[in-house]
Design a protein around this ligand. Structure first.
Ligand SMILES: N[C@@H](CCC(=O)N[C@@H](CS)C(=O)NCC(=O)O)C(=O)O
Length: 194
């Protein structure tokens, strides 16, 4: 399995998941502006979508989209998920919420939006993060061990910190708990983020 990522991008979630699962995998970073991998390969030939994350499976199949990648990893390595049936659907529900309501709302910060757009986005992000903060009763989103949803939320918390967005206190505690995990530290190191 080969994992394509860009340091600090949303692909960090899948990257953490792979280290948490303790599996052997290859990885390569991608220059998203030039669409070239660290090894000099045209990234558009790996996926014509031209964005990360992307996983090339051992049989050559290419998997993209964070929700699909994270769901795939949680199915392959059950310790990254929260179970089957309705539990899996609950995990997908959380991943979709993080992707469409939180991750995507950072656009003005990444794409040079106006100050007004950034302020509106920050307000929206905090409101959407508050949903998790208000319902959090355990160490992590779905109990006392983290799932792929926590890793995806972690990435958005990191972005919130980077852009000076004041995330809810309960989530800051979860963020620190995640950051202290050896697999998270290992991933940050692998991506050159610490
Ligand atoms: N729909 C994709 C979007 C992934 C995405 O936004 N990736 C960003 C990094 S966080 C990216 O690679 N941007 C480069 C580009 O779009 O050219 C998903 O949910 O996985």
């Amino acid at each position: 399995m080969k994992f394509y990522y860009c340091p600090g991008a949303c692909s960090l979630a899948g990257h953490i998941a792979l280290f948490e699962a303790g599996v052997v995998f290859e990885s390569e970073s991608v220059d998203l502006k030039r669409k070239v991998t660290a090894g000099g390969v045209d990234f558009n030939t790996i996926t014509s979508k031209g964005y990360v994350p992307a996983i090339v499976l051992d049989d050559g199949e290419v998997l993209t989209e964070n929700i699909a990648v994270l769901d795939f990893l949680a199915q392959q390595y059950p310790q990254l998920g929260i179970g089957d049936g309705l539990s899996r659907t609950r995990l997908l529900e959380a991943l979709a919420y993080i992707s469409t309501e939180i991750h995507k709302s950072f656009k003005p910060f990444w794409r040079g939006g106006s100050d007004a757009d950034k302020a509106a986005a920050a307000e929206y992000i905090v409101k959407r993060m508050s949903y998790f903060a208000d319902s959090l009763q355990t160490e992590y989103l779905f109990g006392d061990s983290p799932s792929v949803a926590d890793f995806y939320l972690f990435v958005t918390m990191m972005w919130a910190e980077k852009f000076g967005i004041a995330a809810p206190a309960q989530l800051l505690a979860l963020y620190e708990r995640l950051k202290a995990r050896p697999a998270v530290q290992r991933t940050l190191e692998a991506e050159g983020l610490r």
